[in-house]
Ligand binder design. Structure first.
Ligand code: C2E
Ligand code: MG
Ligand code: MG
Length: 765
């Protein structure tokens, strides 16, 4: 630009030295024109006229000022070619035509490479430009070119063509360059503006289309502006919000928090704050909005609190679901273990402060595993959901019942006054289960065992209370289930013992610590021992001989009973085979089968394999299942028993009378033998009811063509009674306790299978 400001002479080939005055006038004229044009051009460049129009103006300026025949502006394309952007010629014949392009381009390229004003004075000689068309058709003889530069590199070239042989002066070239510079600056600017515009446009589209919105509030938290996405986000048009307080729309429960946030924003200029609240959508629904607010009240260009917000309802919903999943059991919708602990911690703190008591219960559904294994997990799940529902109905809203896993529930009674009250609740809970459950057409009786611990009597922290309740629950199981037990100090010991026992039992099989003892069963009519019942013993190196009452339940609960039971079956069969070989070939064997084994799919195969391995006929084996086992899962049990009996194995119902089943059930049951429980035998001579029951059972069994075994016969009075009512088989200490395998054969030989002493003393009537 500075060069342009300098005065300069226009040199024209046609100017004669004698015409000095007119030459000066012409020069003055030219300078005026030039200055005016430059001012115009500068103005146009500054006001941001379209670069293409500007290029046209530049061409016109060049043509007018330098009095060249015509001028052209070419742009370099991204592909490296040059295309014409503007062309102007004083010579009316010089209309731009297609053939110019190639020649323009090559002159442009040379200009670009020269990187400084480039001139050519005799196009005819400069054959390398291939300017034949320009010369022949347009009469171009000479010219000049400069590069149009922008901030980001060359934009193109500005060319000036003359129809005479012309030498450009430095001033003319400087002018040409200055014009190109102005054009370059204008293009730079225009491009920047266009980029900015595009960015703004893009931004605007993003804002319009996005889920976020912006509103402005005044110092009273009244809407003063709402962006266009407001309608989309919260349903309102601007006129419905302007002038109203934002608090008219905030959910009552979020007002306090929202006020705090706004107070914070209002008290400190430029302060940014973040908050979430429920906002009333125009359709009446509450939507969760997350907002970022900034106090720009003092900012002159804004003068408002600016809130950027977006709808986070979806996220809130997901969070809610996640929280629900973290704290609730999906099957029963009850709180889970985590939430239970939380509530227990809080209740304990409350109880301590207010000096009140609280109680914790552990509830375990009795024999639930059997239901699950026998009828399938789907069925089990449905039953559990029903159970949970009933349990919940037995409690008050302030109590917490949670499912802590499998068939276990824990219950928190947050304020209790005395143990009787707690026992009352426990009774209510057990009662709630007393009616049968109907699931998928099955009617099921469900019972549960409950252990209870109390604060502060049994412990004053979460762990201890839970542990005590758990120990009490196990005691309830041991005592026959379907009951509640309050924790007592002695249970702790049992609990520890139980844990140790469980660990040791795991090793009992592999370490060969299990034994079978055999108790003879005497047939009154044939007057001899006809069979033996195999009874488990565990020889624990530390504790000596452990009775089944101490570990069978545990083995059932842990599933260990399956391998243990199989072992017992195989061992008993092998042992019987051995005695057969020693000469007592009609001796039979009774083996106890746990309910858990009965639910195992392959029980029949296991039995078949044990018989085959020992080479025994199935008729030699009798399986004993307890009455409660048989009743638990009637249909499944019946089908398994039928299969066993079809094979030739006989079946006995053990401990008959202890379960709640009706005697009528016997009719529907595929069995051969009924074993009357020893509890009845104990009272048979002292209690009329017991006596009536036993005699009735014997009669009924006989009617149904079943044989009857009396277990636990200890006295001669009992024996007499049984004989009177025609009981078929006798098992008990009176005759023989269970014996280790080694003592059985000598015993049988000694008695010649026949309890002579007994029969001599009490000969048959
Ligand atoms: P159970 O099948 O009813 O066995 C009879 C129980 O009565 C045996 O107890 C036996 O020792 C005991 N008994 C026999 N005669 C008398 C008597 O005159 N008076 C008294 N008071 N008791 C007598 P044991 O051996 O302690 O077995 C207890 C229970 O453990 C068995 O009851 C049975 O249910 C279970 N059990 C034993 N062995 C096995 C086994 O291999 N598998 C399974 N699943 N359970 C077994
Ligand atoms: Mg038995
Ligand atoms: Mg029994």
């Amino acid at each position: 630009m500075s060069e342009i400001a300098k005065p300069f002479h226009l040199v024209r080939a046609s100017d004669g030295p004698d015409d000095e005055l007119s030459r000066l006038r012409a020069e003055l004229d030219a300078r005026n024109r030039q200055e005016t044009a430059m001012a115009e051009l500068g103005q146009a460049a500054l006001t941001g006229v379209d670069p293409l129009i500007l290029l046209g103006q530049v061409c016109a300026l060049v043509e007018l000022t330098l009095r060249v025949s015509h001028s052209r502006a070419l742009e370099i394309t991204p592909g490296g070619r040059m295309i014409l952007r503007a062309a102007l010629g004083a010579n009316a014949t010089f209309l731009h035509c297609g053939r110019d392009e190639d020649e323009d381009e090559s002159i442009g390229m040379v200009t670009l490479l020269a990187d400084s004003p480039f001139t050519f004075s005799n196009l005819e000689e400069e054959t390398r430009f291939k300017g034949t068309h320009l010369r022949n058709y347009h009469g171009v003889r000479s010219g000049a070119g400069v590069v149009i530069r922008t901030q980001h590199g060359p934009f193109g070239v500005l060319l000036a063509y003359c129809n005479d042989e012309r030498t450009f002066t430095d001033y003319e070239l400087a002018f040409l360059r200055a014009s190109a510079d102005i054009a370059g600056q204008a293009i730079t600017r225009a491009r920047a503006e266009r980029a900015l515009e595009e960015r703004e446009k893009r931004f605007r589209t993003i804002v319009e289309k996005s889920w976020s919105g912006v509103v402005l509030l005044d110092a009273n938290t009244h809407f003063s502006f709402t962006g266009s996405s407001t309608h989309h986000l919260i349903g309102y048009d601007e006129h419905e919000l302007i002038g109203r307080s934002i608090f008219e729309f905030v959910h009552p429960r979020d007002v306090t928090v929202a006020r705090q946030v706004f107070d914070e924003i209002l008290t400190s200029p430029n302060k940014e704050a973040h908050g979430e609240l429920r906002f009333r959508h125009k359709n009446g629904a509450w939507v969760w909005l997350e907002g970022f607010g900034q106090n720009l009240l003092q900012e002159p260009s804004v003068g408002a609190i600016v809130i950027n917000y977006r709808d986070v309802s979806q996220r809130k919903e997901t969070e809610k679901q996640l929280e629900y999943r973290a704290y609730y059991d999906s099957l029963t919708s009850l709180p889970n273990r985590l939430l239970f602990r939380d509530r227990l911690v809080n209740s304990l703190a409350h109880a301590r402060r207010n000096r009140v008591g609280l109680a914790v219960m552990y509830l375990d559904v009795d024999h639930f595993k059997l239901v699950n294994d026998g009828l399938g997990h789907n069925f089990g799940d449905k039953l559990l959901a029903d159970i949970a529902h009933r349990l919940q109905g037995a409690l008050r809203a302030s109590d917490t019942i949670s499912r802590i896993g499998g068939d276990e529930f824990s219950i928190l009674l947050p304020e209790v006054t005395n143990a009787e009250a707690v026992a009352g609740v426990a009774r209510k809970i057990l009662d709630s289960l007393s009616n049968p459950f109907s699931v998928d057409g099955h009617d099921l009786f469900v019972t549960a065992s409950i252990g209870i611990s109390c604060f502060p009597a049994d412990g004053d922290d979460v762990e201890t209370l839970l542990k005590c309740a758990d120990a009490a629950m196990y005691r309830a199981k041991e005592l026959g289930r379907n009951q509640a037990q309050l924790f007592t100090a002695s249970m702790n010991e049992r609990y520890v013992r139980r844990l140790a026992l469980e660990q040791h039992l795991h090793h009992a099989i592999e370490r060969d610590q299990l034994e079978l003892w055999y108790q003879p069963i005497y047939d009154r009519a044939r007057r001899r021992v006809v069979s033996l019942e195999a009874l488990l013993r565990w020889r624990d190196p530390n504790r000596g001989l452990v009775q089944p009452s101490e570990f069978i339940t545990l083995a059932e609960e842990t599933g260990l009973i399956v391998p243990i039971g199989e072992w017992a079956l195989r061992t008993a069969c092998m042992q019987l085979r051995e005695w057969h070989r020693q000469g007592i070939a009609t001796l039979r064997m009774a083996v106890n089968i746990s309910a858990v084994q009965l639910q195992q799919r392959g029980l029949v195969d296991v039995v078949r394999a044990a018989l085959a391995a020992a080479g025994l006929a199935p008729e030699m084996l009798q399986l004993e299942i307890t009455e409660s086992t048989a009743m638990q899962n009637f249909e499944l049990t019946v089908s398994v028993l039928e299969e066993l009996r079809a094979m030739g194995v006989s079946v006995a119902v053990d401990d008959f009378g202890t379960g709640q089943s009706s005697l009528i059930y016997l009719k529907h049951f595929p069995i051969d033998v009924v074993k009357i429980d020893k509890e009845f035998l104990r009272e048979v001579t002292s209690n009329d009811t017991a006596a009536a029951i036993v005699s009735y059972v014997i009669n009924l069994a006989h009617t149904l063509q079943l044989r009857v075994v009396a277990e636990g016969v200890e006295t001669e009075e009992q024996y007499t009674f049984l004989k009177h009512y025609g009981c078929d088989l006798i098992q008990g200490y009176l005759f023989s306790p269970p014996l280790p395998a080694a003592d059985v054969f000598p015993f049988l030989q000694r008695t010649l299978w026949r309890p002579k002493t007994l029969e001599v003393k009490r000969p048959e009537a």
